[in-house]
Ligand binder design. Structure first.
Ligand code: GLY
Ligand code: MN
Ligand code: MN
Length: 442
């Protein structure tokens, strides 16, 4: 992402904040995996969105109208010894030269400097409750000012949730964000195609997962979330991530895996037969989910509300479940009772962006939000029939048990409808079978 893009975002945010206000954003802390071992560092999405600054132990402060500069970064100082051990740092000069900060200070001096930046402000924009250690610091800085009130020091009178402004900005993706999401989508699609090509009975789920991890890394991506590679009944566990079972002939395989490129995510699920051929029952259930997804995607267009795709999916799933004998009753009353929830227990999607489950409100007041161009969402209906599934006392016919199916694509709302960003990986039954047959024949 170009620095000019971050500058544009800061400017827009500051215009909305108005004068006499300050926004404070801490970088993500380093997370420890176990003794002396860190998780790979991932910057906080809000911080990244506004700064592009990739280092921990940093704090960004935006002060609209400040004569000495509106954008202040607190960062780690250059330190040859620390950099020899732990890696390069931008330092104060780099923060200004490479990341466009108007002013940069050592992070170790923040206790002395930040209260002074708050002094002339009425409102502090801050995401209270997101970073507990940092919440305590903010409170301490404001209390320091309050203690000096009798000496005539001004203290801010309002804390305002930064999320309302910032997350609404993040919900609408600009051109460079969509470009990053297209790239994440492309790399993810390629990995799903590879998985279909190399899958065969006897492989382990983690061997398929390795295809994704290797492909992501080769294309300068990270996994956007822990990949789900679930064969057979493992696909009925919605957040299955053990990925350590053998893939069996005759089972389906559900893979939910997506890449993150430049901090933007893709989120794709495909379900296909381990041996390359759908059985009659598998094909029947799969087609219901696919029809539900098609109906839901058709509802993604400006003016429709957020819940319209979910409602469309639920209708098709319910009709399909009745036709297959899995639900009994009238269509209207089954929908009203939410009978589909026996087999479809999640919603049809979520916003997608820097976070997989991205920020942005789903409702405005009591009403579902209207879809608008630039929003990106997933459409991911599914059906999950776990072993031993029953509806009340009635067991589900054995032939359906142990199947978990989800089909998930990433969809951009455009001016006149939508664009499926993840169309590069097949989902029609005949396309999947053809791809797998071609490769197995090699
Ligand atoms: N991969 C997370 C989700 O589909 O929501
Ligand atoms: Mn998803
Ligand atoms: Mn997913």
């Amino acid at each position: 992402m170009k620095q000019t893009e971050h500058a544009r975002r800061r400017k827009r945010l500051m215009q909305m904040m108005g004068k006499a206000s300050v926004a404070i954003l801490p970088a993500a802390p380093v997370a420890m995996r176990n003794r002396d071992v860190e998780y790979p560092y991932r910057q906080d999405s809000d911080f990244q969105y506004l700064t592009g600054f990739p280092e921990p132990e940093s704090v960004a402060v935006l002060i609209p109208g400040r004569p000495h500069g509106e954008y202040v970064l607190f960062v780690r100082e250059r330190d040859p010894l620390m950099e020899t051990w732990h890696g390069r740092r931008a330092g104060l000069e780099g923060a200004k030269a490479d990341y466009d900060a108007d002013d940069a200070f050592p992070i170790g001096d923040i206790d002395d400097i930040l209260p002074g930046l708050l002094e002339r402000c009425e409102r502090v924009y801050y995401a209270m409750g997101e970073h507990l250690d940092f919440d305590a610091k903010i409170t301490a800085w404001v209390n320091r000012l309050k203690a000096k009130a009798r000496a005539g020091v001004h203290t801010p009178s309002e804390f305002v949730a930064l999320d309302h402004l910032l997350h609404d900005m993040r919900l609408f993706k600009g051109r460079s964000e969509i470009a990053a999401m297209r790239r994440a989508a492309k790399v993810s699609c390629e990995a799903h195609v590879r998985a279909m090509q190399c899958c065969r009975p006897g492989l382990m789920e983690y061997e398929i997962e390795a295809e994704f991890l290797g492909h992501f890394k080769r294309h300068h991506c990270e996994p956007a979330y822990n990949s789900i590679v679930g064969g057979g009944e493992n696909a009925c566990i919605l957040h299955y991530t053990e990925n350590d079972a053998e893939l069996r002939d005759g089972d389906l395989l559900l893979i939910d895996a997506g890449a993150e490129y430049d901090c933007y995510a893709a989120d794709i699920t495909r379900t296909f037969p381990v041996n390359g051929r759908f059985s009659r029952e598998q094909a029947a259930l799969y087609q219901v989910v696919l029809d539900a997804q098609t109906a839901a995607i058709k509802k993604v267009r400006p003016g429709n509300h957020w819940n319209a795709p979910h409602q469309a999916a639920v209708k098709v799933l319910t009709r399909g479940l009745v036709e297959l004998g899995l639900l009994k009753g009238s269509h209207a009353s089954l929908i009203k009772e939410e009978a589909y929830r026996h087999f479809y227990m999640h919603r049809t999607g979520h916003w997608l962006g820097m976070d997989v489950h991205d920020v942005g409100d789903y409702k405005v007041g009591d009403a579902w939000r209207e879809l608008e161009p630039g929003m990106v969402l997933t459409i991911e209906p599914g059906l999950y029939i776990a072993p031993g599934a029953r509806i009340g006392k009635r067991p589900v016919a054995k032939k359906w048990q142990g199947m978990g199916i989800r089909i998930e694509d990433d969809v951009l709302v455009t001016r006149d409808g939508c664009e499926v960003l993840t169309r590069g990986v097949p989902k029609e039954i005949d396309e999947i079978e053809a791809l797998m047959a071609r490769d197995n024949a090699k």
